[in-house]
Write a protein that binds this ligand. Structure first.
Ligand SMILES: *Cc1c(COP(=O)(O)O)cnc(C)c1O
Length: 431
């Protein structure tokens, strides 16, 4: 293992001093974290904001319990997807009226892909390829394949065929994009490696061949600088339960560039996407705004939780968040390389700051058992196939000394082979 960072002077005391000087240190008190836990999995499920409990009590006891159905009007339930969307938009370079918080990332990706394909059918007929990455998060590939499969089955007798083309070791992005490409759909930050695409550059590349660009921000919203309008992206989707701390399974978001919003309606056009849902009209008339990307009745209790997390994020100076994120991931990498040098850990996260999101991943032949042993010692990261130890770094509630302590526990587990038990090798349903 090579060490390109020289942090020989780093000691735990130096980390503690860095925490004391940290302009973001006060944010830690806005989250609940159990005693004895170093939480390195905020990229998978963010911890609970302190205010979430009070908000849940308000929604459940007052708005639901007392307000009953009146709360759709009196508690602002009906406007929640757009109101939260406007808040979230500030973190991703969106403008008011371009984002709704709704449904799941998978469903929102379906809507975005379907809309982009409709636009291309009219603007540039004959483009029938969705380009994505073999290394993308599985749902992103499954949804793209689901759409092409559906289109092909419907058009079976016409001979028209849609196709998913995967960028991989054999096929570079440059080679994958051509005049047949309808849509390029990528994850901004790779869920496994933490590698980040240059959104502006890649979007321009897609546009240069006439393709539309859809970005999945699951691992970058709230974690890295995102500027959708600055990059002139076409669509974006992402989660709120990861870096945005909205709670388990909290609704996702979809952002649509204003120029596309009223071109077509997406096929999951349920009554909530209607211009006047409560007219109960026979004829469908799509909403003349981003509500067109809603489907049906929203999960209000879960949706309401999203706001507490967003409000914390919006109070933070995002430049400071990104600076600290890179410092913490740098520190993590160099400490592991110094302190665990004799063990077979292979960094799979880019060292280049511009190409790195906010998590660090190492391969280890016994990755699953090592992660289980870490979790048993209170260092909660997660395991991803194949053999990947994944550590999310979240600047609002993690400090420099936390990183130091986590790496020391990792070193101890490796030095003592504490991972080498049948208990730690037994797989759980969720990893
Ligand atoms: C976490 C994640 C998802 C999750 O999608 P759900 O519909 O919320 O289950 C999708 N895409 C990427 C890139 C992710 O990291």
């Amino acid at each position: 293992m090579t060490t390109t960072h020289s942090l020989d002077l780093v000691t735990r005391d130096a980390c503690v001093a860095a925490d004391a000087a940290d302009p973001l240190a006060s944010f830690r008190s806005r989250f609940i974290l159990p005693e004895g836990v170093i939480y390195l999995d905020g990229n998978s499920l963010g911890p609970r904001p302190v205010g979430a409990l009070e908000r849940a009590q308000q929604v459940i006891a007052a708005e639901w319990g007392e307000g009953l159905i009146r709360s759709w009007n009196t508690a602002g339930w009906f406007e929640l997807p757009g109101r939260l969307g406007d808040k979230l938009a500030k973190l991703i370079g969106g403008r008011d009226g371009e984002t709704v918080v709704t449904d799941t990332t998978s469903l929102n990706l379906f809507k975005a892909l379907a809309s982009a394909i409709r636009i291309q059918q009219v603007d540039q007929p004959g483009r029938r390829v969705i380009v994505t990455e073999r290394d993308n998060f599985p749902t992103d590939i499954y949804i793209a394949e689901g759409i092409t499969d559906f289109l092909n089955s419907v058009a079976e007798e016409t001979g028209i065929r849609y196709e998913v083309r995967l960028i991989d070791a054999e096929l570079t992005l440059d080679a994958a994009l051509d005049g047949s490409t309808a849509v390029l759909a990528l994850s901004h930050v790779n869920y496994r490696t933490g590698a980040m695409w240059d959104m502006a550059e890649v979007t321009a590349q897609a546009h240069a061949v006439g393709a539309l660009a859809i970005w999945d921000l699951a691992h970058s919203a709230g974690a890295a600088a995102v500027n959708l309008n600055g990059a002139d992206a076409d669509y974006a989707v992402g989660c709120t339960y990861k870096y945005l701390n909205g709670g388990p399974g909290s609704p996702a978001f979809i952002w649509v560039n204003a120029r596309h919003q009223e071109r077509f309606w997406q096929p999951l056009a349920g009554w909530w996407s209607h211009a006047k849902p409560f007219d109960m009209a026979d004829a469908y008339a799509p909403a003349g705004n981003i509500n067109r990307f809603l489907c049906g009745t929203q999960p209000v209790t879960s949706l309401a939780m999203v706001e507490t997390g967003l409000d914390i994020m919006l109070d933070a100076d995002f430049t400071a968040v990104r600076v600290k994120s890179l410092q913490l991931t740098d520190l993590f990498i160099s400490l592991v390389e110094q302190r665990c040098a004799s063990h077979p850990l292979e960094l799979i996260t880019p060292r280049d700051h511009a190409a790195r999101g906010s998590h660090v991943s190492f391969r280890h032949p016994e990755g699953y058992a090592v992660m289980s042993a870490l979790i048993a010692r209170g260092v909660i990261g997660d395991y991803r196939e194949p053999e990947v130890l994944r550590f999310g770094v979240t600047p609002l509630y993690l400090g420099y000394a936390d990183v130091w302590d986590a790496v020391e526990i990792l070193r101890d587990i490796l030095d003592t082979s504490a991972w080498d038990t049948s208990e730690f090798k037994t797989r759980n349903a969720v990893t």
